[in-house]
Ligand binder design. Structure first.
Ligand SMILES: Nc1ncnc2c1ncn2[C@@H]1O[C@H](COP(=O)(O)OP(=O)(O)O)[C@@H](O)[C@H]1O
Ligand SMILES: O=C(O)[C@H](O)[C@@H](O)[C@H](O)[C@H](O)COP(=O)(O)O
Length: 165
């Protein structure tokens, strides 16, 4: 099974994803580390990625997901997965019954505040508006309110994952 924790930059994907993986005793992957260096450089400079920029990254993620599933490995993947078409590419041809999507939902103001406090990260805070502009909220996800404390979020996801099977 693979749990994909998605949302805009600063929504808590990496933090919550790691905590969830540790709670489940599963592997953790961060889609940020699959970006080509040209994409990282663009984001560092505050230039939003285009669909074309994201395509090679999404195809790499597609391969990684397929490979994990093929090896029957359980994992949590933190990934922005902003548009429905991106999610389709990542999950193309894979058994959807082995995928769970978790959407970290929060307001622009709250996430902007958190990004201001976050240290040592390449992502420019100026990209938050374009992240929200690109975001297509998923309909088939476990949706959690990120204004809660981190532990409460992880526990809520854990309970919903078990309840939904
Ligand atoms: N529920 C939360 N409450 C308070 N701070 C949080 C919460 N979730 C994440 N954070 C903080 O917000 C910042 C962004 O989280 P991060 O995991 O880096 O987001 P993302 O991976 O989605 O970009 C980090 O500094 C993190 O510690
Ligand atoms: O598609 C994108 O625009 C990126 O994937 C972006 O959404 C992602 O979030 C960055 O890699 C920044 O990293 P953080 O999410 O950790 O800020």
């Amino acid at each position: 099974m693979i749990v994909i924790v998605m949302g805009v930059s600063g929504s808590g994907k990496s933090t919550i994803g790691k905590m969830l993986a540790s709670e489940l005793n599963w592997e953790f992957y961060d889609a940020d580390s699959f970006h080509p260096s040209a994409n990282i450089e663009k984001m560092r400079q505050g230039i939003p990625l285009t669909d074309a920029d994201r395509m090679p990254w999404l195809l790499t993620l597609q391969e990684a997901i397929a490979s994990l599933l093929q090896q029957d490995r359980n994992a949590v993947l933190a990934c922005s997965a902003l548009k429905s078409s991106y999610r389709e590419i990542m999950l193309h041809n894979c058994d959807r019954s082995r995928i769970r999507l978790v959407y970290l939902k929060g307001s622009f103001q709250l996430i902007q505040q958190r990004l201001k406090q976050r240290q040592n990260h390449y992502m420019s805070q100026n990209l938050l508006q374009s992240q929200f502009d690109t975001l297509e909220e998923p309909e088939d996800a476990i949706c959690v309110d990120i204004s809660q404390p981190m532990d409460a979020i992880v526990q809520q996801i854990y309970r919903l994952l078990i309840a939904n099977g």
